[in-house]
Design a protein around this ligand. Structure first.
Ligand SMILES: NC(=O)c1ccc[n+]([C@@H]2O[C@H](COP(=O)([O-])OP(=O)(O)OC[C@H]3O[C@@H](n4cnc5c(N)ncnc54)[C@H](OP(=O)(O)O)[C@@H]3O)[C@@H](O)[C@H]2O)c1
Length: 263
């Protein structure tokens, strides 16, 4: 039987290319998209064994619904790729009262890891090199305090990355592995906006790498066997700055636990 891979944000950008790549590598792929029609279309367009699953990562309730759906469909998730991500243009609070990119980039993978851990084999966390510009401030990052598009995105990616070594430790005995990867600077819709800045960004993006190039390092890690590592594309590199702060990591973990368990 083919190994099963689940990819969030699989309907476009890097996630879609990861789905294509994993399907070509022989995986059965569940492509998670928040919009059912966009998910269906993407899955139908991709060659190989790719099925759509509807899942929104915005709130704790919607993440729980997705986890329930995955649990009912998959006795085992050989590979879970947390790819969905959001670069926010303005501060938006979710129904849970947290900043939207914090919810999607950090809380959703945190909660899915917990809700699915009894059937996980391997987790690939799509991270971002910009985490080095982030600050993770319990109580403030969660609500998008001092919002700025670049800073808030970097903050949420740092929060998420801080949890990766902790999941690696938590899962060591169970044999579940997790690695994080910066896919490169890739020409996708991430952070697209209207107005003059939007046009400028579009022009700059023409020089960036393709989603297929971004997907290569992510998909390659699906077959990885190490855990708790960070990759800059294909190269393993040490974590830098606050991402090495164990005490901060523990506080971010506790906060995520409180924000997800309480709902
Ligand atoms: N592009 C880069 O240069 C770059 C660099 C470093 C890291 N990354 C990371 O790579 C990952 C993929 O990004 P990308 O560049 O491919 O971005 P993208 O083209 O904007 O795609 C983002 C994906 O995430 C999904 N998503 C966003 N919010 C969601 C939500 N609330 N619930 C469910 N799905 C949601 C989107 O769904 P919809 O289509 O419904 O919006 C889309 O499928 C992200 O984690 C990003 O941080 C990208």
């Amino acid at each position: 039987m083919a190994s099963l891979a689940v990819v969030t944000g699989g309907n476009r950008g890097i996630g879609r290319a990861v789905c294509a790549r994993l399907a070509a590598d022989g995986y059965k792929v569940l492509l998670v998209a928040r919009d059912p029609e966009r998910g269906r279309r993407a899955a139908a367009e991709l060659p190989g064994d790719v099925e759509p699953v509807t899942g929104d990562l915005t709130t704790v309730a919607s993440v729980r619904r997705l986890a329930g759906e995955l649990r009912s469909r998959c006795p085992r998730l050989d590979v879970l790729v947390h790819n969905a991500g959001l670069w926010p243009n303005r501060r938006v609070l979710t129904g849970d009262g947290v900043e939207e990119s914090f919810a999607v980039n950090h809380l959703a993978p945190f909660l899915l890891n917990h809700l699915l851990e009894d059937r996980l084999g391997r987790v690939v966390q799509v991270s971002a090199g910009l985490y080095v510009k982030g600050r993770a401030e319990p109580g403030r990052t969660a609500v998008g305090a001092d919002f700025s598009a670049v800073r808030t995105y970097a903050d949420t990616k740092l929060c998420n990355l801080l949890t990766v070594p902790l999941f690696a430790e938590r899962w060591r005995e169970a044999g579940i592995t997790i690695d994080a990867v910066h896919p490169g600077v890739i020409r996708t819709g991430l952070g697209d906006r209207r107005g003059p800045l939007g046009w400028l960004l579009k022009a700059v993006k023409r020089t960036w790498a393709t989603p297929e190039e971004g997907a290569a390092s992510v998909a390659a890690l699906a077959a990885g066997t190490g855990s708790g590592r960070f990759f800059d594309q294909a190269r393993e590199v040490p974590l830098q700055g606050p991402a090495r702060d164990r005490e901060l990591a523990a506080r971010i973990w506790d906060e995520a636990e409180a924000l997800t368990a309480a709902r």
